[in-house]
Design a protein around this ligand. Structure first.
Ligand SMILES: [Zn+2]
Length: 143
């Protein structure tokens, strides 16, 4: 649990607001409680304050920051580029990979604060699909 606290300690108020809104719900219940205790007890924040932070304009940031929350705490995951018809990866890999037989790597870039996928090489990130059904449907379409 202290890893969670260490991470929370590294975030500024704005980042905490985005983290709470977009990412905290993806944690297990006990961890969510740790997060809420941290925000509301230890840091003395409240929902109104967090919501106000979410509506504040982002500082003008360079390209190395998340377009949603403005944080520069990004994670890069090196992944093998797969060939599936709709992904950005297949457009890059396209001819190259399959004519030469070599494996191509690229990086998924994911915001550590709000979980936003900035770069999604193989289209595997959480899309804006609203329901599990849609995802299942999508899965069968790809088969
Ligand atoms: Zn973000």
């Amino acid at each position: 649990m202290s890893k969670t606290i260490d991470f929370l300690n590294s975030l500024d108020h704005r980042e905490l607001a985005y983290f709470y809104k977009y990412k905290s719900k993806s944690y297990t219940k006990p961890t969510q409680e740790v997060i809420e205790n941290y925000l509301f007890q230890k840091r003395g924040m409240n929902i109104e304050y967090l919501e106000r932070l979410l509506t504040e304009k982002k500082k003008k940031d360079d390209t190395h920051s998340c377009p949603r929350c403005g944080s520069s705490k990004l994670r890069r995951d090196r992944v093998e580029v797969l060939n599936n018809s709709s992904s950005k990866g297949s457009q890059i890999a396209g001819l190259d990979q399959y004519s030469s037989g070599r494996v191509i790597y690229d990086s998924n870039v994911i915001c550590n604060v709000c979980g936003f996928w900035i770069s999604d090489v193989n289209d595997q990130g959480p899309r804006q699909k609203s329901s599990i059904l849609e995802r299942i449907f999508d899965f069968f379409i790809r088969l």
